[in-house]
Design a protein around this ligand. Structure first.
Ligand SMILES: [Zn+2]
Length: 462
């Protein structure tokens, strides 16, 4: 696995939500010498709280107050867990959305879509975008604030310093941040564990430390969950402090009384006994159908976000099959044969990048047009592709989540760039602009979300 954070582990630990997804995009940026483009001037204000200086700008809206409360709640939890308090307030920089975050001037270099947040060591600043989902924002905040505590402890008297911290490795640092922010149960991590068992490719701690094909966030979280579940969460924190002083292997042996290879075997045994019974008697996808897009069929390693046309004849999907970026392709849904490339990240004058992590295309009812979320001019928007002509003219504002197709004969809805608003209520209302290029008149519809996760409850009211 190529991981884009590997090169800057000393400078900053980031929450990366994807493994190899991140690889092609920074590579392209590097090869073509692209500079970071700043579209907006942010009028930052500072809101001091008990443990943070919150940097925000008015466009981030009401969500800032909620994110501030989340941050203080995380501080209380993590201070108790780490048995450690900050001496000084930490800067916490909130961006209104991901395209704004990508324009930050705090960090050099490109920030990829897969980076959910960053904690940097120079001034121990935490930077993150507010997402459309409070659950995601809370997770990223928790994850980054674990790093803030890790840095603070490493930089305190007898802490060992940043050099020692970076030697602990990504599974140690990032896995701990995932464990302490997500807890022991995670369906995503469980999927990675089951897959590793199925392929008989479950990593040892040694492999996790040396081989970046084993995604350190997921396997690291699972390993810390095993340590915390078996020895108690106090052992997790003791191990962190001991790891700074002694290095990870010696720390494991001195704190847990077990060598790293024995711990690897015990961990695998525990995962086997938890998941093997659940995997018995299941049907594998390959037993039910044919793989349409994979390296074996001439496509790339990464094939994402398939969206099948209403008549079932076509599938639009994202892939890095052309090496330099993740592009949008159209294929025959029965054979998988690629018909044409619909959109090219970094080479289309209408947009800067396709949103490849949190989005999937949606078709017009007649199957002639496709809408997809992109980043353009520092905002997220949703151009339409009339795939037969491959035009991407016209845009609607978007918050980056998947646009949804309405019932047959109804116009398509595209989520607007609405700021997350909650005000602590169980439901909240937002508006979306109705995209009228499928034949409807332009009106505003009301969308009702339930929290957490801002799920759509009543999508069609016009
Ligand atoms: Zn991280």
């Amino acid at each position: 696995m190529a991981h884009d954070r590997r090169g800057c582990a000393l400078l900053a630990f980031a929450l990366s939500v994807a493994a190899s997804l991140a690889a092609p995009v920074p590579a392209a940026a590097q090869y073509f010498g692209r500079n970071k483009v700043r579209y907006d001037d942010f009028d930052f204000k500072v809101l001091p709280t008990s443990h943070f200086d919150i940097h925000f700008y008015p466009e981030a809206g009401d969500a800032v107050g909620d994110a501030t409360r989340m941050a203080e709640r995380w501080y209380e939890r993590l201070a108790r867990t780490f048995q450690h308090e900050f001496k000084d307030k930490k800067p916490l920089v909130l961006y209104a959305d991901h395209p704004d975050f990508e324009q930050t001037n705090i960090l050099e270099g490109q920030i990829d879509q897969s980076t959910g947040g960053v904690t940097e060591s120079a001034k121990n600043r935490v930077l993150l975008p507010i997402t459309g989902s409070y659950q995601d924002t809370d997770h990223v905040l928790g994850h980054e604030l674990v790093h803030a505590f890790q840095y603070d402890i490493a930089l305190s008297n007898n802490g060992g310093g940043l050099g020692r911290m970076s030697q602990l490795g990504l599974w140690f640092i990032e896995g701990m941040a995932e464990y302490l922010s997500l807890g022991r149960e995670s369906p995503l991590t469980a999927m990675w564990l089951r897959d590793a068992l199925l392929r008989d490719d479950f990593p040892t701690i040694d492999k996790l430390s040396r081989d970046y094909r084993y995604f350190p966030y997921r396997f690291g979280q699972a390993l810390w969950a095993y340590v915390g579940g078996t020895y108690g969460d106090d052992a997790v924190i003791t191990l962190y402090r001991a790891g700074l002083a002694l290095g990870p292997d010696v720390a494991l042996e001195s704190v847990l009384g077990v060598r790293s290879d024995s711990l690897s075997a015990l961990w695998r045994q525990a995962v086997e006994s938890a998941y093997r019974p659940l995997m018995e008697g299941r049907t594998a996808p390959a037993d039910l159908g044919r793989v349409l897009e994979s390296p074996a069929t001439g496509s790339g390693r990464i094939n994402l976000a398939p969206s099948v046309s209403p008549d079932g004849r076509y599938v639009a999907f994202l892939s890095e099959k052309d090496l330099f970026a993740i592009d949008l392709f159209l294929a025959d849904a029965r054979t998988g044969k690629v018909i044409r490339k619909l959109g090219r990240s970094g080479a289309d004058p209408h947009f800067d990048a396709l949103r490849y992590l949190d989005s999937s295309g949606s078709w017009s009812p007649d199957g002639r047009k496709l809408v997809f979320v992109v980043t353009a001019g520092g905002d997220m928007s949703s151009p339409l592709w009339t795939w037969r002509a491959v035009t991407s003219s016209g845009r609607s504002p978007s918050n980056g989540s998947a646009p949804s197709r309405g019932p047959p004969g109804r116009p398509m809805a595209v989520p607007s760039r609405s700021r997350a608003r909650a005000a602590g209520s169980a439901t909240c209302t937002s508006t979306i602009s109705k995209n009228d290029r499928f034949g409807g008149s332009r009106t505003i519809v009301t969308r009702i979300y339930s929290l957490p996760g801002l799920r759509m409850a009543a999508p069609w009211r016009s």
